[in-house]
Design a protein around this ligand. Sequence first.
Ligand SMILES: [Zn+2]
Ligand SMILES: [Zn+2]
Ligand SMILES: [Zn+2]
Length: 335
Amino acid sequence: MFFLFRTMELRKDPITRSWVITGDDPGDAAPNLQASCRFCETAHQVIASSPDTPGIAWSARSVVHPKPLYRIEGEPGRRGDGLYDRMYSVGAHEVLVENRNHDRHLWNASDDEIGHFLRLGAERILDLKRDPRIKYVSLFKDYGKNAGQEFSHPTSQLTATMFVPRRVLYELRAGREYFVSKERCVFCDIIQQEERQAERVIEAKGDYLALGPFAPRVPYETWILPRNHEASFERTGLNKPGLRTNLAALLRGTLQRIRSVTEDFHLVLHTSPSTIHPSKNLGYWKTIDEDYHWHIEILPVIHSKARSYTFKEVYYSPVTSETAVRQLREAKIEG
Ligand SMILES: [Zn+2]
Ligand SMILES: [Zn+2]
Ligand SMILES: [Zn+2]
């Protein structure tokens, strides 16, 4: 019985050392975003709500993904097959319902509502990281039909995995190398230089900064970072009051700016991996608190400017960050 549900497995590319998730999914038709909304109705399998106060209706909540790519039960069963590695896709896959109202998105909700969503995200990441099998928790949002949006209700998603996703792994390794040679955090150095040059800063609000990265992967790529060093979003999120106000307002304004260019975007939170079980042979695990710095990456999808990245694996952005930032700064925002 147990194995009947295991339609997906993880395989590791022995050359790039990236894990991929694969399986023969019978597939569905494209998601029907016009159908009646499962998240407006009484949702099943609610995991957590925010605010978690008796008598107060929920503002944001987390539910099990209706078609999870990762499942919490069972063992990963990591095993070799000659030179290859494979394991079952054990982990967690949740939908974070950002708002109880169908039309309140991260770009038009109140500070409080966005704050509740951010707090819920932080709580879920902390909770999942208590599971010793979990190495990393990703929080992400795909919005718009060119970005793979799944549900019409305002939602983000969260996956907890037994491996660190490739891009985060690159960042951890690079952060560690930079720290070894300079004894400083590369993200803190980027923030300092960007604030000094003021060419690619979109907006600063309290302890948080939105900027266009020096080498963007796509036009109008935007990062949001805390200005002071902090490796883990979930620790900041639960302890700093500025998250409710400044980060919420900066996120709302930034998404409004991006929406002046395109509706479709990917958003991902990069935070430190779980440090419950520091690896003995992976060097970067020892200094994460000093050399990693959490941030949110927003990658707008602009159909007319898209070039196939898939095979060349060289990013091409026909708009420089300086031009993009000038345009985003001037965009009209409300609230
Ligand atoms: Zn809905
Ligand atoms: Zn830093
Ligand atoms: Zn990142």
